[in-house]
Design a protein around this ligand. Structure first.
Ligand code: URA
Ligand code: SF4
Length: 312
């Protein structure tokens, strides 16, 4: 069978049609869901060859046992694969160049004492929604920094108060500011794909930002703004008490760990916020600008997935 190499980045428009099912019609919904995952994997640069058949199996559901769907990769008219044999399911991970260990410094304006404070006792799960709601009401009236003047809505965060993982972005963009919800623009769509790739969706995680009001013109938040707002994020984390925190970009990492260097140099290194492991990863907007780097997202999501599995 003809070999094809599916490139990372935007793949041929007709690729979507070229993944065809060989399973029965009743599995169409399952296939549609998994096709999204497959497309995301392809965007991450994971290679498949024509004829590769990927079988996705659901956990058993009541009275129906497992359901499985098979998706077959069909040849694209593309350059022959340079790989002489069937490639592994996942390409070998390309290591980033080895660099000297970063100097982990606390940003001068951010209060390391607050960041490193010990935890109060965990809140009973039943009390968490009300505590989050009253904190959200406090945030809605906040004028502690200049961003209050230009915001339309505060963007508190959404998701499950019992989530094992909290995703922390930077600050609301234009669309988030209008809707009062985090990650609903283009970067948010990509975040949804990323979650789906590890079998999660928004309702199972919690998504928040470092600053709750939009920095005008999508500029970076300034350190005094981060310092003014970080207490809200810390309270959210105290209430939810996740097992892992996933930093989407430099500002989340800076705010939670004091790491004041590039995300590239932080990825894969162990960080903690009050004893909770923190995963350093790029912001989804970075992948929109440089789609060829999406494999980094996949690697970090695997780290998250493995951590969550180990903690169960
Ligand atoms: N970027 C962020 O960091 N947060 C959002 O909510 C949206 C875009
Ligand atoms: Fe308050 Fe944070 Fe908004 Fe500043 S960004 S006004 S600190 S909620």
């Amino acid at each position: 069978m003809e070999q094809s190499r599916l490139q990372s980045g935007p793949y041929p428009a007709d690729h979507r049609q070229s993944s065809r099912s060989v399973a029965g019609g009743e599995l169409a919904a399952l296939q549609t869901a998994w096709r999204g995952v497959l497309e995301y994997w392809l965007e991450c640069g994971i290679e498949f060859r024509s004829g590769d058949r990927l079988e996705f199996v659901t956990p058993p559901s009541r009275g129906r046992g497992n359901q499985s769907a098979v998706v077959e990769v069909v040849a694209q008219p593309a350059a022959p694969s340079p790989l002489p044999t069937r490639p592994p399911f996942f390409r070998p991970v390309e290591r980033e160049p080895v660099v000297a260990a970063p100097v982990v410094t606390a940003a001068p304006l951010l209060d390391a004492g607050l960041r490193d404070a010990s935890f109060p006792a965990p809140l009973p799960v039943a009390e968490r929604p009300a505590r989050l709601a009253s904190l959200a009401a406090e945030v809605a009236g906040c004028t502690q920094c200049g961003l209050a003047k230009t915001r339309t809505h505060t963007v508190f965060g959404v998701g499950s108060p019992e989530s094992s993982v909290v995703f922390v972005g930077e600050g609301p963009g234009a669309e988030e500011d209008l809707r009062g919800e985090p990650f609903v623009g283009a970067a948010g769509k990509l975040l949804d794909h990323m979650l789906r790739a590890i079998a999660l969706d928004r309702s199972q995680v919690f998504i928040a930002n470092v600053v709750k009001c939009r920095p005008p013109g999508n500029r970076n938040p300034q350190l005094p703004e981060v310092a003014a707002c970080q207490g809200y994020l810390f309270q959210q984390l105290e209430i939810i008490r996740p097992r892992t925190i996933f930093c989407l970009g430099k500002f989340a990492l800076l705010c939670l760990t004091g790491h004041d260097d590039t995300v590239g140099r932080a990825r894969g290194k162990p960080f903690f916020w009050r004893g909770i492991p923190v995963i350093a990863s790029y912001h989804p907007a970075y992948y929109l600008r440089t789609p060829g780097r999406k494999r980094a997202a996949w690697e970090d999501l695997l780290r998250l997935s493995q951590q969550l599995e180990q903690m169960q």
